[in-house]
Ligand binder design. Structure first.
Ligand code: ADP
Ligand code: ASP
Ligand code: MG
Length: 440
C-alpha cells in the first residue's frame, strides 16, 4: 500500500489534474490518493469566512461569485465529453448552492469550518469524476468517515486505523482510493480540519494507520531544499533526511511539510518521500530512519514568534520556579518553542498568542515581564549538529551583523535555534546559505 498526496498546485489546473490521474494510474499496486483543494481555494474560503464573521455579506458574495466562475471554467477544460461536462457543472452548482446557504444562515465558527472543508470535498469529487470519464477504476472514500481529532485537536490515530482498515479491506480489488486531505471530524462530531497545510498530515496519518510501504508527498518543488526557496534564490534539494531532521525542519517553518507530518510516519517507521509533480523524474527527498550523520543539512525559519522575558532576581534560583512558569503556559494550552535561562531571567518563545494577555498577567506575579513580537526562529538542522566542532563559530560568523535575541543549542542534538527580529530574516538566511553551504 502506498499513500500519494497531491497538494494545491498539483491539482490547481485542469492539465495538472490530468497529469496526476496518469501518474497514479501508472503507479503499480493499491494506493490511497489524498488530494488538497485547488491552489488558492482555501485562502479564498478563509477570506469568505472572515467576511461573513465580520458581517460583510456583500464582500463575501463577491468572493463566492468569482470562485464559482473559476470552478465553472475548470470543469469545462477538465472533462472532454458533454456527458461529463454536465456532471462537472452539476458538482459546481451543488457546492456553490450549499456555500450560499451556509453564508445566508447564522454564520458561526461551526459554519466557518464547514465552509473551509468545501475545497477538498469539491476537488476530490471532480477528480473522481475525471477518472470515471477515463474509465479508470477508482473509489472515493470520504475522509469524514474515518479521520477524527479529540478535544485537544489531536488526531485519534488508533480510532482512525480502526475505522479505515475495514474500509480498505472491503476495497481490495480497487487500486485507486481517493480521499480528502485536511478535513476531519472533531470530538463533537462536527466538521473540522487539521489546520492550514493539513493534507500532508492526513497522508501521514493514513500511512501510519495502514502501515503503508511509503508516504509520498507530491508538490511543486523537487524535495526539501537546504534553505527557504521563498526567501533565498540559490537553494538545492537535500536527497536524504532522517525523521528527526525532517521533523525539526517542518516544525520550524519549512512549508513543504505540515509541522506534524513526520510524527505518525516516524512512530511506525514509514518512509516519507517528497516528490515534484512538475518534474516527476527528479529524485526528491527520502525521509527515513537511516540518515547520514555529521552534516549540516538545512536551514528553516519560523515567523510570527513572540518572546517573553521574565526577570526575577529573587525567584529564579529557587527550585520549583520554572515549574510554576511552565504551568501558566500549560493552563493556557500554549506550547513553548525555545527557552533560555540565566541566573536572574528566563526567556521563552511562543507562536500562539491567543492567550498572551492572560499569560503575561499571571507571569507578573513572578517578576518583571517584557514581550517582543515579530521575532523569527532560524533553525539549523543536521544529525547531531549541536555537537559538531566549529559549527557554532560558523553560525555566529554568518550572523555577526544581526542582533541575536536568544540561542538554543544542545536541547535537541539535531538543531541549533536562533531567535532574531523578523526584519533580519532574509539577511540571516542568505548569510547562513553562504557560510554553511557555500551557496551565494
Ligand atoms: P502544497 O500545496 O503542495 O502542499 P506548499 O506550498 O504547502 O505545497 O509547499 C511547497 C512550498 O514550500 C514550496 O513551493 C516552497 O516555496 C515552500 N518551502 C518552504 N521551505 C522549503 C524548503 N526548505 N524546501 C522546499 N520547499 C520549501
Ligand atoms: N487546502 C488546505 C490548505 O490550503 C490544506 C492543504 O493544502 O494541505 O491549507
Ligand atoms: Mg502544503
Amino acid at each position: 500500500m502506498l499513500v500519494m498526496k497531491f497538494g494545491g498546485t498539483s491539482v490547481g489546473k485542469p492539465e495538472r489534474m490530468k497529469k496526476i490521474a496518469k501518474l497514479v494510474t501508472e503507479t503499480p499496486g493499491q494506493k490511497v490518493v489524498v488530494l488538497s483543494a485547488l491552489s488558492g481555494t482555501t485562502n479564498t474560503l478563509v477570506a469568505i469566512g472572515e467576511h461573513l464573521l465580520g458581517n460583510r455579506a456583500e464582500a463575501a458574495e463577491a468572493e463566492i461569485d468569482s470562485l464559482e466562475k473559476h470552478y465553472q471554467n475548470f470543469v469545462e477544460e477538465l472533462y472532454q465529453t458533454e456527458n461529463f461536462k454536465a456532471i462537472g457543472r452539476e458538482i459546481v452548482s451543488r457546492f456553490f448552492v450549499f456555500m450560499r446557504l451556509l453564508a445566508a444562515g447564522q454564520f458561526d465558527d461551526k459554519s466557518y469550518r464547514e465552509l473551509l472543508a468545501q475545497g477538498e470535498l469539491i476537488s476530490t469529487e471532480m477528480f473522481y469524476q475525471y477518472l470515471q470519464e477515463q474509465k479508470i477504476n477508482a473509489r472515493l472514500l470520504p475522509a469524514l468517515h474515518f479521520m477524527s481529532i479529540d478535544e485537544n485537536e489531536e488526531p485519534e490515530l488508533e480510532k482512525i486505523a480502526g475505522r479505515l482498515r475495514p474500509l480498505i479491506a472491503s476495497l481490495q480489488h480497487i487500486d485507486i482510493i481517493i480521499t480528502q486531505g485536511y478535513i476531519c471530524r472533531n470530538h463533537r462530531n462536527e466538521i473540522d480540519n487539521l489546520k492550514r497545510g493539513g493534507s500532508d498530515y492526513t497522508a501521514s496519518l493514513i500511512g501510519a494507520a495502514l502501515q503503508a510501504e511509503e508516504i509520498q508527498i507530491w508538490t511543486d518543488i523537487d524535495g526539501m531544499h537546504n534553505n527557504d526557496p521563498r526567501v533565498v534564490n540559490k537553494t538545492v534539494p537535500v536527497s536524504e533526511l532522517t525523521f528527526d531532521e525532517a521533523s525539526e525542519l517542518a516544525y520550524f517553518g519549512a512549508k513543504i511539510l505540515h509541522p506534524s507530518t513526520i510524527v505518525p510516519a516516524q512512530k511506525y517507521n514509514i518512509p516519507v518521500r517528497l516528490k515534484n509533480t512538475m518534474d516527476e523524474k527528479a529524485p526528491g527527498t527520502l525521509i527515513s530512519n537511516k540518515g547520514t550523520s555529521g552534516a549540516c543539512k538545512a536551514v528553516a525559519a519560523k515567523d510570527g514568534i513572540t518572546a517573553i522575558n521574565i526577570k526575577s532576581s529573587r525567584m529564579l534560583m529557587a527550585y520549583g520556579f520554572l515549574r510554576k512558569v511552565f504551568e501558566v503556559f500549560e493552563r493556557y494550552k500554549t506550547p513553548i518553542d525555545m527557552i533560555s535561562t540565566s541566573e536572574v531571567a528566563v526567556s521563552l518563545t511562543i507562536d500562539n498568542t491567543r492567550y498572551l494577555n492572560e499569560i503575561t498577567g499571571e507571569l507578573k506575579k513572578f517578576g518583571s515581564i517584557e514581550v517582543d513580537t515579530d521575532q523569527t526562529i532560524v533553525c539549523i538542522v543536521g544529525q547531531r549538529i549541536s555537537g559538531q566542532k566549529g559549527i557554532l563559530e560558523r553560525v555566529f560568523k554568518a550572523l555577526h551583523d544581526i542582533p541575536v535575541r536568544m540561542v538554543s543549542a544542545g536541547g535537541s542534538a539535531n538543531n541549533i535555534s536562533i531567535l532574531i527580529p523578523s526584519s533580519f530574516k532574509k539577511q540571516a538566511l542568505l548569510a547562513l546559505n553562504e557560510q554553511l553551504f557555500g551557496l551565494i
